[in-house]
Ligand binder design. Structure first.
Ligand code: NDP
Length: 313
């Protein structure tokens, strides 16, 4: 495993990190979930991601329990707040009340005294940003949260957050968590340049486009019964012929390099210096092993050009 600094902070995270959305506490049973987390840890993954709303807290419980086998200082644990957790008017968003209460609830479910990275899962237009940032800063002062981050905020929202933190001398965000993969590259235009100039890193989710970039889905072939596409919450439009054809072409590039297309997709992401970690999901330990083996694969400019031609084609 290799480790990168998260933005300008002193925190070092593994180039591959493991998340729990839909999987742990969800469509993946507890046994393969725990074995996947153990496999990741054994391969040097030190960065684990969850959120309060994943399976209504169940993902936090599974992840917290599996990680309790290890020294707390040996891994970086991230969770998130924003999404709806109940029916009441204060059961969602980024108000001081909801943040403080959800932080306590997450700590309890995770079975830990502190969260390494606490993300605002989305921007909350109904709460003054200053209220949110002050609440997060208080959590850092209390030692319940070590670093703060955001997920899928616009460049303007991030710039506002920096300006307020500068003015009020509050703790600044060190990380953004956006989607990024060969089929969704929107962050290349503004978010990555902003990260480089402000000093925050990107931890990118769905780097394998939820499994599409592993080659498991093929034109004219049935969807594997044990895959995410066969589970609930899957948007069928994702498996369109145009995307599947590109994956086939990318698989040929990977074949020539003697690697898997999933590894090509992850190495392609890690070519970006502002990306600190590619945040994968895994339904079984073998996937973790395959994904971690992408670390250290350098793609030549010829290979990058070939990939670009396929993606633009
Ligand atoms: P991926 O793109 O890595 O997709 C993961 C899924 O692909 C796995 O569950 C598995 O599904 C399949 N897969 C992974 N590796 C392999 C492999 N080597 N071979 C074959 N199949 C493989 O990421 P996710 O979409 O799961 O997102 C990763 C994490 O990012 C989440 O767990 C969460 O922590 C975070 N996230 C954050 C969001 C946010 O808003 N901030 C939104 C979404 C995710 P299967 O075997 O079932 O087919």
């Amino acid at each position: 495993m290799k480790y990168r600094k998260l933005g300008n902070s002193g925190l070092k995270v593994s180039e591959i990190s493991l998340g729990s959305w839909l999987t742990y506490g969800g469509y993946v049973g507890d046994d393969p979930a725990v074995r996947s987390i153990e496999q990741a840890y054994d391969l040097g993954v030190n960065f684990f991601d969850t959120a309060n709303m994943y399976e209504r807290g169940e993902a936090e419980k599974v992840m917290g329990k599996a990680l309790s086998a290890y020294n707390r200082d040996s891994y970086v644990l991230a969770t998130k707040v924003f999404n709806k957790m109940g029916e009441g008017p204060n059961d969602r968003g980024l108000s001081r009340k909801h943040i403080m209460e959800q932080c306590e609830a997450s700590l309890k479910r995770l079975g830990t005294d502190y969260i390494d990275i606490y993300y605002c899962h989305r921007y909350d237009p109904e709460t003054p940003l200053e209220e949110t940032l002050r609440a997060l800063d208080d959590l850092v002062t209390q030692g319940k949260v070590l670093y703060i981050g955001v997920s899928e905020w616009t460049p303007a929202q991030i710039v506002d957050a920096y300006a307020i933190a500068d003015r009020l001398l509050l703790d600044k965000l060190i990380v953004n968590q956006p989607v990024y993969n060969m089929f969704n590259r929107y962050i290349e235009k503004e978010i990555i340049p902003l990260g480089l100039s402000k000093g925050f890193g990107q931890v990118v989710f769905s780097p394998l486009a939820q499994g599409l970039l592993t080659g498991k889905y093929r034109i004219g072939q049935p969807i594997p019964a044990d895959s995410r596409a066969a589970s609930k919450n899957w948007d069928e439009k994702r498996l369109n012929d145009a995307a599947l054809q590109k994956v086939e072409q990318l698989s040929r590039v990977a074949d020539e390099l003697g690697i898997q297309v999933s590894q090509l997709a992850l190495a392609w992401i890690l070519r970006q210096s502002n990306v600190a970690s590619a945040l994968v999901g895994a339904s079984r330990p073998e996937q973790v092993t395959e994904n971690c083996a992408a670390v250290g694969i350098e793609l030549s400019s010829d290979v990058l050009s070939a990939i670009e031609a396929i993606l633009q084609g």
